[in-house]
Design a protein around this ligand. Structure first.
Ligand SMILES: [Zn+2]
Length: 178
């Protein structure tokens, strides 16, 4: 997965080959990742991060609950995974419903049958929940993670004021690309 340089501290995947535009923010002594796509692309994302910065990835920030943002969480299990409270609640609800044992396998079979060209992205899927939640705002040095709603009630944006960069999640599309 290619990461393009957006500003000095921000890189993002903008080729839309495997889903939404995941990205990273370089901190003084760490890397913060934004969104995770799917299991297979998330591991590739993780490898790409290492080519951009040797600093450890400490946080994964999830902009909203949709598959192409949270199904890659397992590649960031060693990090603090942060989301708005409702995102985690929705994932927990899904674990009791469409992602429950049996149902998840059924869902993956349906994807293989109906969207075979995308099925490879879901290989090895294991649902991993956020480890930390917030209500309105979560702050790291030089970075703000703010719940604004919109696309989903748990939708939150990642703002890097110094660089004037906003990760808008799926609240903003250019043609069809978020
Ligand atoms: Zn979405």
């Amino acid at each position: 997965m290619r990461l393009d340089k957006v500003t000095e501290r921000v890189y993002a995947n903008c080729d839309s080959e495997t889903g939404g535009n995941v990205g990273i923010v370089l901190m003084d002594d760490a890397v913060v990742a934004v969104d995770a796509q799917y299991p297979v692309s998330a591991y590739r994302f993780r490898e790409s991060i290492a080519t951009v910065s040797p600093k450890p990835v400490t946080h994964l920030l999830l902009t909203h609950v949709h598959w192409d943002h949270v199904f890659g969480n397992q590649a960031f299990e060693d990090c603090t995974i942060v989301s708005q409270r409702r995102l985690k609640e929705k994932m927990e609800e899904n674990l009791r419903g469409e992602w429950a044992p049996g149902n998840l396998e059924k869902m993956l079979e349906d994807i293989k049958a109906n969207r075979p060209e995308r099925a490879w992205l879901f290989e090895g899927l294991r649902i991993v929940l956020p480890t930390e939640t917030f209500e309105e705002r979560y702050t790291l040095p030089g970075l703000e993670f703010i719940n604004l709603g919109g696309h989903s009630d748990c939708s939150s944006v990642v703002y890097v004021p110094e660089e004037r960069v906003l990760f808008a999640g799926d609240n903003l599309f250019a043609k069809t690309f978020p």
